[in-house]
Design a protein around this ligand. Structure first.
Ligand code: NDP
Ligand code: 2IT
Length: 451
């Protein structure tokens, strides 16, 4: 019988330093699915582990573009097409200076299981570039997106691979990418999701990930017989697409989200975050969160230079529930200890893998209601799939219809994960539940398709 721990060690020995995050994601999945290998040899016979942790292909390309002063720049672009057993490759694009092959491999790997959990016919992929959108003019963003698509268009298509947004890529970037794809191919088709509404975007795609996290959490709290979020203090990290819409839904449900963060600092506003101001600062003007206290002098701004050692200021604030919605590994073991010490009963991940492995283990040990990213933040990609359906059938669904379908999808994911955890003897462990449920869908499809 296969020894999962030995398999993990083998992969660790051959992985490069860039692969740290990929290894972290892979190890968690492999440890969760170990029990499946004890009762049945079908996965071992079909070499499923090796096949599942190896991406179908990694595409890497050069992007040359001109800034507003006609200075030439070169960046690297990637698309990791990980697995298409369940449907065409699907997943976002990230534009951030930290992007490298290892980060995109981890994100694409996670996407495979996340997309499987939605129950929708989509495989997993991720892409992006080390391009830094900060401080760039609209024209520079447009020129970069055009240059990026000049290469990427060769590898994507509405039945092949459908990219969307992620960090640094929102409606503006998807619009420019779509425009360039159309120009090169002369084809108006649903090759990207998260498009502006006027040319095929779905209503609610912008809100979907953040709203979805809160719908998932609401169901999880009900299933675990915990008090609802109404009237409760919540902490949220991030100040981008996911964080803003998680805060919006929390406010709608009567919760009190008191924080948001960006890469430079944390805002703590005891009265509850001023959502309109946050949207104006981050979505319209793309300014630093520091500006928030100009209008709300009683709120505090904590710069990163004042963060606790090995920790993040946002997780040191007392809260009933915490929602990490910025980036990977932003919640350390020190943060997890502090959250638990301060009486936090729920952590739900809007970002991809925001909690370190040790933090996750501590949450599980302490029976915290923990919603892992691949389940809790699947609402974004689910609505992306709704956008693909609308494009394919030339329809436009109402906001209410998409919202209702999103709600049902998040409830179903939550229930599927909870029931799987119960069936495999780990009730309340949504990490194992999500990994096992996602794995079974993908692995069974791979076996049915042959090699
Ligand atoms: P945005 O680019 O809209 O916002 C990202 C936010 O996180 C910004 O406030 C940014 O700060 C902050 N941030 C980014 N990188 C870092 C970093 N290295 N350190 C500290 N802060 C950082 O991205 P999204 O909101 O779309 O994405 C946030 C997370 O959610 C990511 O993990 C993404 O993979 C995940 N996700 C996104 C989905 C989507 O539909 N967009 C779907 C599912 C998951 P600053 O403003 O200073 O740059
Ligand atoms: O991490 C994610 O799920 C996303 N960035 C969204 C992917 C998508 O295809 O909508």
């Amino acid at each position: 019988m296969i020894d999962i721990k030995k398999e993990i060690k083998k992969f660790k020995n051959v992985s490069s330093s860039q692969d740290d995050v990929f290894f972290q994601a892979m190890e968690e999945v492999l440890l969760s699915i170990a029990p499946l290998f004890r009762t049945d040899d079908i996965y071992e016979k079909n070499a499923i582990i090796k096949r599942l942790v190896t991406p179908d292909r990694i595409i890497k390309f050069k992007i040359t573009w001109l800034d507003d002063n006609n200075k030439m720049h070169v960046n690297t672009g990637f698309r990791v097409q990980f697995n298409n057993a369940l449907g065409p490759y699907k997943g976002g694009l990230r534009f951030h200076p930290s992007v490298n092959e290892g980060i995109l491999k981890f994100l694409a790997f996670e996407q495979v299981f996340k997309n499987a959990l939605t129950g929708l016919p989509i495989g997993g992929a991720k892409g992006g570039s080390d391009f830094d959108p900060k401080g760039k003019s609209d024209f520079e963003i447009m020129k970069f997106c055009s240059a990026f698509m000049t290469e990427l268009h060769k590898y994507i298509g509405p039945r092949i691979d459908i990219p969307a947004g992620d960090i640094g890529v929102g409606g503006r970037e998807i619009g420019y990418l779509f425009g360039e794809y159309k120009k090169i191919t002369s084809s108006f088709e649903g090759v990207l999701t998260g498009k502006p509404f006027m040319f095929g975007g779905s209503l609610m795609r912008t809100e979907a990930t953040g709203y979805g996290v809160i719908y998932f959490t609401k169901t999880m709290l009900e299933m675990e017989n915990k008090e609802s979020l109404k009237g409760k203090i919540c902490t949220v990290s991030g100040a981008g697409n996911v964080a803003i819409h998680a805060i919006e839904k929390l406010l709608e449900l009567g919760a009190i989200p008191v924080t948001c963060t960006d890469s430079q600092g944390t805002i703590y506003d005891k009265k509850g975050i001023d959502l309109e101001l946050l949207k104006e600062l981050k979505l319209k003007k793309r300014l630093s969160l520091k500006e928030y206290i100009k209008k709300h002098p009683k709120a505090s701004y904590i710069p990163i230079s004042e963060y606790p050692k090995d920790g993040h200021a946002v997780w040191f604030i007392k809260a009933y529930a915490a929602f990490p919605c910025a980036t990977q590994n932003e919640l350390s073991i020190t943060d997890a200890k502090k959250l638990i010490e301060n009486g936090c009963i729920c952590v739900s991940e809007g970002a991809n893998m925001p909690s370190t492995s040790k933090a996750v283990d501590l949450f599980i040990e302490n029976k915290i209601c923990f919603g892992p990213a691949k389940a809790a933040n699947a609402g974004g990609v689910a609505v992306s799939e709704f956008e693909m359906s609308q494009n394919a059938s030339m329809q436009k669904w109402s906001f209410e219809k998409v919202d209702e379908k999103l709600k049902i999808t998040m409830q179903e994911i939550c229930k599927r994960v909870a029931l799987t955890a119960r069936d495999y003897g780990v009730p309340g462990n949504y990490v194992d539940g999500a990994n096992i449920a996602g794995f079974k869908r993908v692995a069974d499809a791979m076996i049915a398709e042959g090699i």
